[in-house]
Design a protein around this ligand. Structure first.
Ligand SMILES: *Cc1c(COP(=O)(O)O)cnc(C)c1O
Length: 356
């Protein structure tokens, strides 16, 4: 584990910048103790891209995308699962189990294969084909569930208790969020140890949002930030599954379970996060907001981002652009603010959408 007070005196942020690329160059702040347990497939250090053509279309001047699609298995889930599977290995675990909306399962299967662990995955039967295939290909035992991630979660929980397997469900173990927080460190480093004004993030289980907010607090404690101005966090969801948006509008601290969740953005098809109170707290603390977009709007934005900048985003990532357009229309963001969209995955993982 790590001790921020100690790190403040002994870890040098500029030395970290000189290390070999990847998530593990932040090892002092990650939960794995012995380096030989760090399972590395190339995760982390994704590009922060400026968007000159898109920002012109939108009338903005300081727009970026943190493009997570280049992570192993094509989504940012790789970060969290790299941390969790590495720690599981270090703890002597042999079997890991996860309920997933798709990408977390594929990522867990890959890291489990590389760690020599057995992976058991419960996912909805209408999960994108890429997620099912990548999981099977890497040797996982895949159970297709007639229902949503919430149903898969119930089944996996029972199995985990019966068999004593290590449960890697979102926020039911403490390690995935640690891997995800590195996105926050990378952002600060890319902006020369300052933070952007606004972060627009597609929210399902919420590990990315909660993880980055944690990273900002840690960076502040380390004394590494040139100023302590925090970004406003925007949580983006799909209209067909928007528990965080509904809670935000009601000024609530918890989310209600969303019934009949439906959206093409499978990573956002999470009826209720286990960490809903943390998500809400971080949005409020940051003076942020929560916004829902239609599938039609996010698919249109997917095309716009691809045509303007050559980035074929996952529908979840494209949802952030659709939301940004609403925020501009509302006057919630200003022209010159530094805004970062998160493209959390590759559009190539969703080719079954093209047949729908
Ligand atoms: C899981 C996922 C999300 C949602 O991320 P959380 O951290 O669970 O909120 C967004 N986009 C993609 C592509 C995902 O796989």
């Amino acid at each position: 584990m790590y001790d921020l007070k100690k790190a403040r005196g002994t870890v040098d942020r500029d030395e970290i910048t000189r290390r070999t690329r990847g998530m593990w160059r932040w090892e002092e702040f990650l939960p794995v103790i012995h380096r030989e347990n760090q399972i590395f497939l190339g995760e982390g250090d994704t590009p922060l891209l400026s968007l000159p053509r898109l920002q012109q279309e939108l009338g903005l001047t300081n727009l970026f995308v943190k493009d997570e699609s280049s992570n192993p298995t094509g989504s940012f889930k790789a970060r969290g699962l790299a941390a969790a599977v590495s720690k599981a290995k270090e703890l002597g675990v042999e079997k890991v189990i996860i309920p997933t909306a798709g990408n977390a399962g594929g990522a867990m299967a890959a890291y489990a294969a590389r760690a020599g662990l057995r992976a058991h995955i419960f996912m909805p039967k209408d999960t994108p084909l890429a997620n099912i295939e990548e999981s099977r290909m890497t040797g996982a035992d895949v159970i297709l569930v007639d229902g949503l991630i919430s149903d898969a979660s119930g089944m996996a929980g029972i199995k985990a208790r019966e068999e004593g397997w290590f449960d890697v469900s979102t926020f039911k173990e403490p390690y995935r969020v640690e891997g995800k927080k590195v996105m926050g460190y990378e952002l600060a480093e890319s902006f020369d140890w300052t933070l952007p004004d606004v972060i627009v993030y597609p929210t399902g289980g919420g590990t990315g949002l909660v993880g980055m907010w944690k990273a900002f607090a840690e960076l502040e404690e380390l004394g590494w930030l040139k100023n302590t101005k925090r970004p406003r966090m925007v949580s983006v969801q799909a209209e067909g599954c928007a528990p965080v948006v509904k809670a935000f509008q009601a000024k609530a601290n918890f989310c209600d379970f969303w019934t009949n969740a439906q959206t093409v953005a499978s990573g956002l098809r999470v009826p209720k996060s286990f960490a809903d109170h943390l998500i809400m707290q971080d949005i409020y603390d940051s003076n942020g907001t929560a916004i829902a977009v239609s599938d039609e709007a996010l698919l249109e934005s997917q095309g716009q981002l691809a045509r303007a900048e050559g980035i074929f985003a996952a529908p979840e990532g494209a949802a952030t652009l659709a939301a940004l357009k609403d925020l501009i229309a509302q006057g919630w963001v200003q022209k010159d603010e530094k805004i970062v969209l998160f493209n959390t995955g590759s559009g190539l993982k969703y080719l079954d959408l093209a047949n729908k």
